[in-house]
Ligand binder design. Structure first.
Ligand code: BEZ
Length: 194
């Protein structure tokens, strides 16, 4: 399996910073198993969430990969998620967790709510995402919603079922009050496989 851990440790966009805003758009929204200083709902523009990345190590296996979220560039689209303020040491274990094709990228992010008077004038900041682009070997790419749902319904890996990943994400997005047509359409299709 291709492993991005070493590459990511060269991608020090926030060298010298004592804290970093990490924007989660997938499992990081509902599975924050790392230490963070605070978190805030946030969004990024020009990106759309898609279940186009293969998961050979978490929600599937090398022989039967699952599908997990990545982002594609999409002009005019808004992708909602959760931003976590972390200390830089938190990134090393995340690099390992997301090693199957995800690279650190720097993006502008906007906090959804005003963060008090002090922060109100600074509602946008530079943040970090983990991004799996189409040139990584685990990238599966576009498929019909039915094919994506079928694959998700039947995939399991060391971190659990692929279906639980999708359903947890859909629920977390509902709790954030955000609409994501791609995720909710897959969720709808998944009910056919229950
Ligand atoms: C995320 O939630 O942002 C995420 C999770 C796993 C890999 C990449 C990104």
């Amino acid at each position: 399996m291709f492993d991005t851990t070493a590459l990511n440790q060269q991608r020090n966009f926030f060298d010298g910073h004592t804290d970093i805003w990490l924007f989660g758009y997938g499992s990081l929204i509902w599975k924050a198993d790392f230490a963070y200083l605070e978190r805030q709902p946030a969004y990024i523009t020009g990106w759309a969430r898609r279940f186009w990345q293969g998961s050979h190590d978490h929600r599937g296996t090398p022989d039967a990969p699952g599908r997990v979220a990545t982002l594609i560039r999409a002009q005019g689209e808004v992708c909602h998620g959760m931003a976590y303020r972390i200390t830089p040491d938190v990134l090393a274990p995340l690099d390992v967790r997301e090693k199957n094709g995800y690279l650190r990228e720097k993006v502008p992010l906007t906090f959804l709510a005003q963060r008090g008077n002090v922060q109100a004038a600074k509602a946008t900041t530079e943040g970090l995402i983990y991004l799996a682009t189409e040139d990584n070997p685990a990238f599966l790419g576009e498929a019909s919603l039915d094919d994506i749902a079928h694959q998700i319904a039947h995939s399991h890996g060391p971190s659990g079922s692929n279906k639980a990943y999708l359903l947890n994400l859909a629920q977390a997005l509902r709790e954030l009050g955000t609409d994501d047509a791609h995720v909710f359409a897959i969720e709808e299709q998944l009910h056919r496989y229950q």
